[in-house]
Design a protein around this ligand. Sequence first.
Ligand SMILES: Cc1cc2nc3c(=O)[nH]c(=O)nc-3n(C[C@H](O)[C@H](O)[C@H](O)COP(=O)(O)OP(=O)(O)OC[C@H]3O[C@@H](n4cnc5c(N)ncnc54)[C@H](O)[C@@H]3O)c2cc1C
Length: 215
Amino acid sequence: MSALTEIVQVLEADKILFAIGRKPNTSDLGLEHTTVEQDEKGAILVNEKLETSAKNIWALGDVHGGPQFTYASLDDFRIVKDQLFGSQTKNLNNRSQMPQSLFIQPALSTIGKTEAQLKAEGISPRVFKLASTSIPKSAILGQAKGFFKAMVSAETDQILGAVIYAEESYEVINLLALAMQAQLPYTVLRDQIFTHPTMSEALNDLFAAENEVTL
Ligand SMILES: Cc1cc2nc3c(=O)[nH]c(=O)nc-3n(C[C@H](O)[C@H](O)[C@H](O)COP(=O)(O)OP(=O)(O)OC[C@H]3O[C@@H](n4cnc5c(N)ncnc54)[C@H](O)[C@@H]3O)c2cc1C
């Protein structure tokens, strides 16, 4: 056994399905019989209200490209519902913070902007980092790999972005999304009472002064 196979689980299989990249599934919708316009990948062109180029036709979900997630499609529905029956204020430009999770082990979840993106915009965020090794629930779950990282505005104390590569990050990222959406200062999460042992409680430690990284 090589050093690699000693630490990596080996799975034997006849075939491997490797799928990467997606495109809107619009080819059999009969759009050629309408004035609905599409881009070169087949995505239906929409404005911020999800209106297509044809009057009274909206495009929701994967078919108009953009973030292709179940919850993005659901929020598209909210936008169209608001246009038809609501206040007519909701659109793609003012939608809620949209977190993302990649269900690998441990899970990789992100929200908002990365440190590099912020710096490219001329913003110098405060950065907080916490290794999974210091999270009790991580030890209980037997997953030492990973970290929490968050970028905070030096002016407003609001969270500008976060990356969580850790067990159950797909749950914790939703707490950060809520805090960002509500424009809460990071200190609310730092001082919040969380149940123990949970991955959420790591937010107390993440935002502790000693975990601020000096840039
Ligand atoms: C393998 C895989 C894993 C995924 N994992 C995740 C995940 O973990 N989390 C997540 O958020 N998203 C995930 N997604 C993406 C998510 O499934 C899609 O973003 C979401 O389903 C899009 O919703 P929708 O309503 O736009 O389209 P769909 O859910 O695809 O619904 C479109 C519907 O239209 C029907 N339809 C198609 N053509 C016609 C026609 N001509 N006439 C009538 N009906 C028609 C289809 O049968 C289907 O029922 C995953 C997708 C894939 C493929």
